[in-house]
Design a protein around this ligand. Structure first.
Ligand code: RUB
Length: 327
């Protein structure tokens, strides 16, 4: 473990991603790009080698904050690849490359979420009863766009234990005027049966090369319930959540979070498991809405080819952070 001094805002972003004050795969990616931008902007010195080494270490720090959402390393690699590929005569020039790439990524990401909204809204019909899980900006974009187009439907949002992101979804949708019902996670099958849910739409943290979707824990159970009742299970996700690492067979690491999120006070003799994500196999997924269009999950490899080309997935190492407000 090597330690690293970074500007306060960079340390705060890293900490906020770790502690989930910044959460959701898209937001995490944009925050990481922003952190690289700030790190570059605030770098003091004129030694190019030092700057390049420093940026690599900031990149490693950011990637080590949460393991599952591939949007994080993809955002970081997007910026860092630009830096690595260029040839610079000064630190200022190299800084400009980082800043431009980070701004470009953030802009692309925001536009992608809006585009997913437009494309996904075409699938929403008046009279739909849509079930969603956790809190996804991409899903919210679909629902908000459809609602603003005048379609009238209702949403069932799971609480999403143990961190209750379903409350964020419920509040956001209610603010838009969309009728929303908050339900405990364990009621999904009953609600699907009783309320005759017409579609499930969820977001993604990672899409693998074979079209499996890694999303908030509980997603795969909902997919099973949807399959049982022949309801389309739909995923809304930006293409930077497709994982180039899985092309070479690297498994997706499922984050195991603090047991205290489940059981705040330990009880002797009781063990707690708290995996934060699970994988839904492609067979259970009707379609994936991306900013480039709607694809069947089996076409995930084609998206990866189109978005990432042949570039080999680079492995990141972990380092610890030391806040240095003076830098
Ligand atoms: C969030 C989660 C979301 C995806 C997609 O998990 O699983 O469904 O990240 O979200 P956590 P978005 O709260 O643990 O980060 O569409 O906003 O990227």
């Amino acid at each position: 473990m090597r330690s690293l001094s970074v500007p306060e805002e960079v340390a705060r972003i890293a900490e906020d991603i770790k502690t989930m004050r910044i959460r959701g795969a898209g937001r995490i990616a944009r925050a990481a790009a922003r952190a690289l931008l700030v790190a570059a902007r605030e770098f003091r010195g004129d030694n190019l080698e030092e700057f390049l080494d420093y940026m690599e270490r900031v990149a490693e720090l950011l990637v080590s904050t949460r393991p599952t959402a591939v949007s994080l390393p993809n955002a970081v690699q997007y910026v860092m690849r630009r830096l690595r590929k260029g040839s610079y005569s000064s630190v200022e020039e190299a800084k400009r490359a980082v800043i431009a790439a980070a701004e470009e990524f953030i802009q692309y990401s925001l536009q992608a979420v809006a585009r997913i909204g437009e494309i996904g809204a075409r699938l929403v019909r008046t009279g739909d009863r849509i079930l969603t899980h956790c809190n996804s900006s991409a899903v919210e974009s679909v629902l908000r766009t459809a609602w603003r187009q005048g379609k009238r439907f209702e949403v069932y949002a799971t609480e999403t234990r143990p961190k209750f992101q379903g409350y964020i979804t419920s509040r956001d949708l209610a603010e838009e005027g969309i009728p929303v019902t908050l339900i405990p996670d364990a009621t999904v099958l009953k609600v699907i049966e009783e309320k005759r849910i017409t579609k499930v739409i969820v977001g993604a943290d990672t899409v693998t090369a074979n079209g499996a979707v890694v999303n908030k824990i509980g997603t795969s159970q909902i997919a099973l319930a949807a399959r049982l009742h022949r309801i389309p299970f739909i995923v809304a996700t930006e293409t930077y959540k497709f994982s180039p690492y899985t092309v070479t067979g690297q498994p997706v690491e499922i984050e195991e979070r603090d047991p205290r999120e489940v059981l705040p006070e330990p009880i002797p003799g009781i063990r707690v498991r708290n995996p934060a994500f699970d994988a839904t196999p492609p067979e259970y997924i009707a379609m994936i809405i991306t900013e480039r269009g709607i694809i069947p999950p089996k076409s995930a490899a084609l998206v990866l080819w189109e978005v990432f080309g042949r570039s080999p997935a680079e492995k990141q190492t972990r380092i610890s952070v030391e806040e240095d407000t003076a830098s």
